[in-house]
Design a binder for this molecule. Sequence first.
Ligand code: GLU
Length: 446
Amino acid sequence: MNVNNVMADLERKHPGESEYLQAVREVLESIEEVYNEHPEFEKAKIVERMVEPDRIITFRVTWVDDSGEIQTNIGYRVQFNSAIGPYKGGIRFHAAVNPSMLKFLGFEQTFKNALTTLPMGGAKGGSDFSPKGKSDAEIMRFCQAFMLELWQNIGPDTDVPAGDVGVGGREIGYMYGMYKKLAREYNTGVLTGKGLTWGGSLVRPEATGFGALYFTEHMLHQAGKSIEGKTVAISGFGNVAWGAATKATELGAKVIAISGPDGVIYNPNGMTPEKIEYMLELRASNRDIVAPFAERFPDATFTAGKKAWSVKCDIALPCAFQNELTGDDAKELLASGTWCVAEVSNMGCTPEAIETFQKAGILFAPGKAVNAGGVATSGLEMTQNAQHLSWAAEEVDAKLHYIMSQIHSACVRYGEQPDGRINYVKGANIAGFMKVAQAMLEQGVV
Ligand code: GLU
């Protein structure tokens, strides 16, 4: 394989889709050396097949807003790769959703799901619908209209969507309600992230953030460090940021920053249970601003227009959106002494930022490894649904813990450098790739 040739071909097929091309390039650069040691991969054209989604479903979503106005959005489901199991991945509702974004997310999901040790293929879906400022009734009508088209393409053994940015328990509830009405099938395993009274799994809401902190702990331990007493800056204030803030605090770290599109909250005294609870309230308000946090808690201050990376911290956890941490942000963090960055958002750091961290030799791990606890716990939810039972929180948490330690070990196995340091980007990409490639080889040309 020659990375530039594969990329040139992909650019010809998907012109201008910069996020998709960025995600693919990172993986190809990581796996190039290993790939070229396996002539059977080259012969079966594994890479050329793997970078192209199996199929993309696009549909119109029309709904009526509270003022009686008719609204039209676009809905998508990118079914990326089914080599190791049914399609699995979240649904994103955000104004910026487009095919490039969902292809990058579906591609990343394929590798991430392979890392979880569970049998799940990769997919992603969503719409350019923005939940910002929408009423609950509008959100319900939109979710119903979205499912009216999507339902024929999903199923417990076919494709199992979940939440992502803009889609949480409430949206999954509205979508499931419409699904069962249309399909006349009452198998709750068609979606994950459900409510606890109708097939949801304990610990699923916390899982992405908890898993990220378990992974971070392993990474620190591997480097002979500990998280206790360290300062942590988190971007975002949604579900993932909330889970990360909860677990970081529980492990004895001090969460000194959270942020929103409007600016950053500096929180020098760390989180309290009330503050963590308030993060949920902020998100549920649909206003997409973090400023009210400082009005509610006077020991915290709000600075408009600034990112979480402007706050001096030991550990930085991007938990919001792709490319939210740029090369300049990386330099700012390094200058203020940050020595560990664990990407929790999918592709949260730009290639320049990753290069800056790696050159500086600080600890860095990519989203597909760090945030895999979310989808892994979705996999555990699927297992519980299939067995018609539910596990205790301790049981789910123990399994999540074990899976994160397995993911960390896989990164170490494939990412250990001659000097003993771990290149987590390389390790995660190679580990995920090897599993999917092996499955594709064994299943022939399909
Ligand atoms: N959206 C989450 C992710 O990026 C969760 C997907 C799932 O649970 O299927 O992995």
